[in-house]
Design a binder for this molecule. Structure first.
Ligand code: FAD
Length: 463
């Protein structure tokens, strides 16, 4: 019998338990829904660009197996049962997701299908550990990374990958679909036509040139990055801090869209040997895990300070300064280099993300949500958990966050991590010329002001 694989952020054929379960039982129809869900932000510009290309590649991969990829837009609660009826499928399978509003949709779809006598099954595939499996002895979620990471390491280890399902086939007679878009899978070009119709690629202006040069969205690109892990892990512990060096995996957008499974990444790092670099790399994978576990508990992570004392904090509002920060025109070399790298490539080095985040929320004292929203629009790896989690971490408003009074000095950070100035000159070539912007803020005075503002909320809350 035919089964539907509801594709979400698991855009891969390798190590995909939901797809494998569907393929084990018979022909598969893949369905991706462009959903609008209340309480969930629409994708930003850079992730829309990525998803367009990733779906296009997935469509090509599936076509080689005769599996149709149906692309539809709208409400999954209506569309999934309709697709089941139209295609004659008897089961629907998907990889779980962890943000409460999405989980609510999935739960409603599942019960509607089951009431209609259709098998509906969800699978792990996005995280190493399901959030409800890593808890304290009292059964509560962890709020501190180090204890969380210890618990993950003590839990059942990530499993080996399960490869591409074999056989993987589509229905011999195609999809007997009623709706307009559901016919569209039949010719290969139709996936492209629907994607073009969605207008997810920028045209006027086309700002995606740097993204195209930097990235290959899709599973093949992800697997190439996985194979290149061996080039970075030995020196990862030191090189990951140097933005001028390609010392990290660049796997983040691929993990974001599920083009590679975290289990496979974890296993590969183990196969590549032992060492501080390997351990540090796995610790980073656990930061990703922690961010998702926190979002599972705190669905409002992108909107609400985890530490409520910051609700009274005296954030400033200044659109000109925000604009200067967004466009890499603050006159502070490392900050501008990072923001220009982000605009051009859709990615920024982690060390520099910390520095630009500290600068925005402390030296400029603009709300972390302004930075989070800009990253949401411009990062190719922007996700619902890691982005707000890390912003709250940098701003000091999250639990187990860097304290607010820890203000990074961008000049000291540059001396430490980009001592020859290679990174800053790559992105800000006018450094040292009369074209260079003057700093929009005095680093020492703004730091003092930030600490004074912090004292006010600290005093008020007695902490
Ligand atoms: C303000 C701010 C916002 C961020 N927003 C995002 C985001 O939206 N999406 C995102 O994936 N990462 C985010 N990060 C975390 C981190 O900067 C990126 O994951 C990392 O730079 C990606 O590069 P890489 O794949 O080469 O990482 P590597 O150093 O090779 O690390 C391997 C993987 O571990 C995970 N990882 C590493 N560091 C972190 C971290 N601090 N938090 C969560 N996961 C981590 C990523 O999945 C990454 O691909 C943010 C960090 C900051 C400071």
């Amino acid at each position: 019998m035919t089964g539907i694989w509801w594709v979400r952020d698991d855009l891969r054929l390798h190590d995909n338990p939901a797809l494998t379960a569907a393929a084990d039982e018979g022909p598969v129809i893949a369905v991706h829904i462009d959903e609008q869900i209340e309480g969930v932000r629409p994708l930003g510009g850079a992730t829309r660009w990525w998803l367009h290309h990733s779906l296009s590649r997935l469509g090509e991969q599936l076509r080689e197996h005769g599996v149709p990829l149906v692309l539809v837009s709208g409400d999954p609660e209506q569309l999934i049962p309709q697709l089941v009826r139209d295609s004659g499928a008897d089961s629907v399978r998907w990889s779980r997701r962890y943000h409460a509003p999405r989980r609510a949709v999935d739960a409603r779809v599942k019960s509607a299908l089951r009431e209609a006598g259709v098998r509906a099954e969800s699978f792990e595939g996005y995280l190493l550990h399901e959030p409800w499996t890593i808890t304290t002895q009292a059964g509560s979620p962890y709020k501190v990374y180090s204890a969380f990471a210890r618990a993950c390491r003590a839990a059942a280890p990530p499993r080996p990958g399960i490869g591409i399902p074999s056989p993987l086939t589509g229905p011999a007679d195609g999809v007997r679909a009623g709706g307009h878009e559901m016919h569209a899978w039949r010719g290969g070009a139709h996936v492209e036509q629907i994607l073009d119709h969605r207008a997810w690629l920028p045209t006027a202006p086309d700002w995606a040139g740097g993204l195209r040069q930097t990235w290959t969205p899709g599973e093949a690109g992800a697997r190439r990055k996985l194979d290149a892990l061996e080039d970075v892990l030995d020196d990862y512990a030191e090189d990951r801090e140097r933005p001028a060096v390609a010392g990290t995996s660049s796997l983040s957008p691929h993990l974001r869209f599920g083009e590679i499974s975290p289990h496979e990444v974890w296993q590969r790092s183990l196969e590549l040997g032992r060492g501080t670099g390997h351990d540090t790399f796995r610790a980073e994978l656990l930061w990703r895990e922690f961010a998702w576990h926190r979002l599972f508990q705190l669905p409002d992570l992108a909107h609400r300070n985890v530490r409520a004392q910051f609700d009274a904090f005296a954030w400033r509002e200044d659109t000109e300064e925000l604009h200067a920060w967004q466009h890499g025109r603050t006159g502070i070399d490392l900050v501008d280099a990072g923001m220009r790298q982000l605009w051009r490539t859709g990615w920024m080095h982690n060390r520099v993300r910390l520095v630009v985040g500290s600068f925005l929320t402390k030296n400029l004292r603009l709300h972390w949500r302004c930075g989070e929203q800009w990253f949401w629009d411009t990062l190719v790896d922007a996700d619902e958990a890691s982005n707000p989690f890390n912003w709250q971490w940098v701003a000091g408003t999250g639990d187990d966050a860097a304290p607010y009074f820890r203000v990074f000095n961008p000049e000291r950070q540059q001396e430490r991590f980009d001592p020859e100035g290679r990174y800053v000159r790559q992105w800000v070539p006018e450094i040292g010329t009369s074209d260079r912007d003057a700093p929009i803020v005095d680093l020492s005075a703004s730091r003092r002001d930030a600490l004074a503002a912090y004292e006010d909320v600290r005093g008020a809350s007695g902490r």
